[in-house]
Design a protein around this ligand. Sequence first.
Ligand code: SF4
Ligand code: SF4
Length: 223
Amino acid sequence: MFSFLCHNRVSCFTHCCRELELALTPYDVLRLRLATGLSSTELHDRYIIEELDPEDVFPRYYLTMVDDGKASCVFVNARGCQIYRHRPGACRTYPLGRGTRREQDRVSEQFILLRETHCQGFQEKAVHTVESFMKSQELEPFNRFNDRLTAITQHPQIKEGKQLTDAQRTLYKLALYDLDSFRSQLNDKHIASPLDIPEGVFEDDERLLEFGLDFIEKQFFDR
Ligand code: SF4
Ligand code: SF4
């Protein structure tokens, strides 16, 4: 149980939308596309930074911060988050942090409470459990898709040291983080699918992302 409420009358309003490294998941990018009306390719060009550290197997994607002296999120202004309905999972989860781990064929979760001194939300009276807080922040689809991603990034073959080729990294970005290009390349047969493409999958982004996750698992691990 923890006491917490964030609203636009707290003295720290939007402080947590600055000076942060906001890692994006595939489902976050899907929702950012809905929030902005941009294609996934345009989103990458304007708002997303790709990083690949030498020790990383998979590339990471981060939301751009603005060079305004406060390293603010591109989507924050004095009124708050401009994409609130579609804000990323990490923004919804705060002040909790959710860690996941693949164990054989299931993904387990662990939570931490980030009790940061600048956050006035802890002075509020609203009481939550982890479950009630997750529900209030509509995190179910974020966590469901993120768990599928964990099953890939923590696949036993990855833990045993499997590395990706440059072509596989390109495919990873395409199938999970750039759905518009994935759709058109499948449609034009620029890439071959190792799986039958289910009917109607091109008309529904969530189904296309589910297919992208199946596609990557099949391509990388031949499960
Ligand atoms: S996406 Fe919205 S909630 Fe998340 S850091 Fe940016 S402005 Fe804040
Ligand atoms: S610091 Fe805490 S209370 Fe303040 S805006 Fe962020 S989440 Fe809300």
